[in-house]
Design a protein around this ligand. Structure first.
Ligand SMILES: [Fe+2]
Length: 435
């Protein structure tokens, strides 16, 4: 996959209507949107987006990993307008040397000792030999979130967005949202995180504020859709339909920083590297029924509008949006899920909250593929509310609200607590101390 043009067997599930969530309210949501914006506009968008995808998927197949732009840390801050537009169009970026190599390698060493010292106590997935660790407050994570270079980068990434109600971009001050980490040993295969989009599923259509983000798509003008308009995005609630895997914060970009080298097929990450066409298609797809003749499935004109079917492909309202080739044929996922380039310790990768991504099935490398997750999390009312609670959880040494169920970290040998927060007042602010 993503090795330009090659097609390998699909390692993840296919999502079919038979197993789908066929809640009768789902059809009501479709009817509401169609009534407000017009069936003709939905159809016009559908045809246009499928056409966009023809060109986009061809480009992804041809260019492979080079679709994902890379910048040195310093260059990221001084990139020209054309590069910035390209990063926004693709919706993802790799930033080399975000953290100095020795620092990232130091965190990796520290983590190995921490795991050794607390063997049998640390929990995670898979249960037998956890490597997606339910750890949120290790020295590596807290320092990675508040490292001055990381915080400056998060601010720059959030600043790609604009908000009509906040022209000064005060929302760009990053908050230190706690997420898990991965210490994945080589040799095992993992199919638990196939192509998906974070930040909820049905809420994108069902929550009136979230729906508003995609207004241009509903209005038949998908080319004018701006995925970096934060005006409504800050209000869209990813936990509108609550669920244990729904986040309570709006993350501008999800991201991770490598603590060890990871390459394609070595426990890395795959992305669908065209933001606008990808999400516009996902938003429109539930309104249309494929043609009876499978041979016509890529011909958008042969699909028909169907507002009575409650099925939203890949949607179970309490979990994130999942994707697979059959219900989303125009994404050509078998060929377009693209590996990020080889990462070295201290490099970071970032992808927009609307971007389809997947965790590598394979890990054929020689050592742990170790990454700390850390989203570029803007300062918003919703996020500040969550961060107040997160700070309490941090100080109590327990897993944060979005990730309940880990061990009692406060009791682990070597638990660093507040001493790991870097960057003085800035770091403490990001942790929610002054809210
Ligand atoms: Fe994800």
């Amino acid at each position: 996959m993503g090795d330009a043009g090659s097609e390998t067997p699909w390692p993840w599930p296919e999502y079919t209507r038979e197993e789908g969530e066929l809640h009768p309210d789902n059809a009501k949501i479709k009817k509401e949107i169609a009534a407000e914006y017009g069936e003709e506009n939905l159809r016009r968008s559908w045809i246009q987006v499928c056409k966009m995808l023809e060109a986009v998927t061809k480009e992804i197949r041809e260019k492979g990993s080079s679709m994902i732009r890379e910048f040195s840390y310093d260059d990221f801050f001084t990139m020209n307008k054309a590069d910035k537009e390209e990063v926004k169009r693709r919706g993802c970026v790799v930033v080399r040397g975000t953290i100095p190599t020795e620092t990232a390698e130091g965190w990796f060493q520290w983590m190995q000792k921490y795991m050794q010292d607390n063997k049998g106590v640390i929990t995670g997935w898979p249960k037998e030999q956890p490597y997606i660790l339910q750890l949120y407050w290790t020295k590596a994570q807290v320092e990675a979130r508040t490292h001055p270079r990381a915080m400056a980068l998060q601010r720059a990434i959030i600043s790609l967005f604009h908000d009509d109600e906040d022209l000064e971009q005060s929302f760009a001050a990053p908050m230190a949202y706690a997420d898990a980490m991965r210490m994945r040993p080589p040799g095992n295969s993992f199919t638990g995180l196939g192509p998906h989009i974070d930040a909820g599923s049905l809420c994108r259509w069902g929550d009136p504020a979230y729906r508003k983000i995609y207004e241009k798509i509903w209005q038949g003008r998908p080319d004018e859709f701006d995925a970096f308009d934060f005006t409504w995005r800050k209000r869209g609630d990813p936990a509108y339909y609550p669920g244990s895997s729904q986040s309570h914060v709006v993350r501008a970009f999800q991201g991770w920083t490598a603590l060890s080298p990871t390459a394609p097929h070595e426990g890395s990450l795959q992305l669908f590297p065209d933001l606008k066409a990808g999400i516009a298609y996902v938003m429109l797809r539930p309104f249309f029924r494929p043609p009876g003749n499978l041979g016509d499935v890529l011909d958008a004109e042969k699909w028909s509008l169907d507002l009575d079917d409650p099925w939203f492909p890949g949607v179970w309202r309490h979990t994130p949006q999942v994707l697979s080739p059959e219900p989303f044929p125009h994404l050509r996922l078998k060929e377009t899920m693209t590996y990020i380039p080889e990462m070295k310790p201290g490099d970071s990768v970032w992808w927009h909250m609307d971007m389809c991504h997947a965790v590598d099935v394979e890990h054929k490398g020689k050592d742990y593929a170790a990454v700390v997750y850390g989203a570029a999390t803007p300062t918003t009312e919703m996020n500040a509310r969550y961060m107040k609670g997160q700070l309490k959880d941090f100080l109590a040494g327990v897993s944060p609200e979005d990730f309940r169920g880990g061990c009692f970290e406060g009791g682990l040998k070597g638990f660093p607590g507040e001493s790991a927060i870097l960057n003085g007042e800035e770091g403490k602010r990001a942790f929610g101390y002054y809210l």
